[in-house]
Design a protein around this ligand. Structure first.
Ligand code: ZN
Length: 332
């Protein structure tokens, strides 16, 4: 089968090769990969992270059609459209037993500690394959197991309620599009900090530009500012996140495409009674809920779709100044 792989870190080392197809055991599922998401994690895997195995196939966000199932697999069948819950987990540690498989003490992320899905076929344990209903199209399905799931889990952790004002930084980004839509679904008033007006079509009640975010949010909220700030961007908007947070509010953050190092003033944090909530990924339960929630009325803005052969270009496009929505790989 064709796979996009590298033997040494560095985007220039990515190339399409012909390798042996993975085989199915009795508890696993062989997926013919249709599309895969391009996310910051894939860029970090290719360029910086220590990965296993070598040569290595990246690709953390995977969607396709089941081609073959092992003899003990009951939940999915041949022909089903599925997405991959991309965490390796043992199912027996204290984290797994409390439905936090993404924090498994003996696990990790597929595409980092195992090969990923930038290939024609991908084999996973059946506990990692989740059926997609007909109502959800290919592009949205591809965007649920990483971008959608990360945003959904973060929103659950923040405990957003219908009376909250929620400010989303990076609202046009991979996770930001979902954070905006899902916060709206929870009934909140959503302020998207973005230079793209189209995020209004994704559930934002207000769209404010970065350079006027502080003043605009104070004006919209009559000085109360945000109950919840969702920072999907990283350090570049950390100070602004704190400046737009109201008394007793929460900042939820994940992802650090603009960097991870920030300066904290503890007095400012405790003086405002602020809660800082870091999140990563989501659980299988979250993914099932998200698929159900998105059955009829979620959407995703795709900017560009590339072929497997254009993998280098696809990953570099993450940082394109003109970028306006998601980047996907169409594999079959
Ligand atoms: Zn575990």
């Amino acid at each position: 089968m064709k796979a996009l792989l590298f033997e040494k870190n560095g985007i220039e080392n990515l190339k399409v090769s012909d390798i042996q197809e993975p085989t199915v055991d009795e508890h696993s599922v062989k997926i013919k990969v249709k599309m895969a998401g391009v996310n910051p994690i894939d860029y970090f895997v290719v360029n910086y992270l220590q990965v296993n195995p070598i040569p290595h196939i990246p690709g953390a966000e995977i969607y396709g059609e089941v081609e073959k199932v092992g003899s003990h697999v009951k939940d999915v069948k041949e022909g089903d459209r599925v997405v991959v819950f991309n965490r390796v987990f043992d199912g027996s540690c204290d984290m797994c037993l409390s439905s936090k498989e993404m924090l498994c003490r003996n696990g990790g992320i597929m595409s980092v500690i195992t090969n990923g899905g930038y290939s024609e076929y991908f084999v996973v344990p059946s506990k990692n394959a989740f059926k997609i209903p007909d109502e959800i199209g290919d592009e949205l399905a591809t965007s649920l197991p990483v971008a959608g799931l990360t945003a959904y889990h973060a929103i659950k952790e923040s405990g957003i309620s219908a009376t909250d004002v929620v400010t989303v930084f990076g609202a046009s980004g991979n996770t930001g599009q979902f954070a905006t839509q899902l916060a709206k679904k929870m009934g909140a008033t959503v302020i998207a900090v973005s230079n793209k007006q189209w995020v209004k079509e994704y559930g934002a009640d207000y769209v404010v530009p970065y350079d006027k975010a502080k003043e605009e949010i104070e004006r919209i909220t009559n000085g109360k500012k945000s109950d919840v700030v969702i920072n999907s961007v990283g350090s570049s908007v950390w100070d602004l996140s704190l400046q737009t947070l109201g008394m007793d509010g929460k900042i939820v953050f994940f992802g650090g495409i603009t960097g991870s190092d920030v300066k904290l003033n503890l007095g400012q944090i405790y003086g405002m009674h602020a809660k800082l909530i870091g999140t990563t990924g989501g659980s299988r339960k979250d993914l099932i809920e998200l698929i159900d929630l998105c059955k009829n009325n979620c959407k995703v803005k795709i900017w560009k779709t590339f072929s497997l052969e254009e993998g280098q270009k696809a990953l570099n496009s993450l940082f394109d100044k003109e970028r306006d929505g998601r980047i996907l790989l169409k594999i079959s």
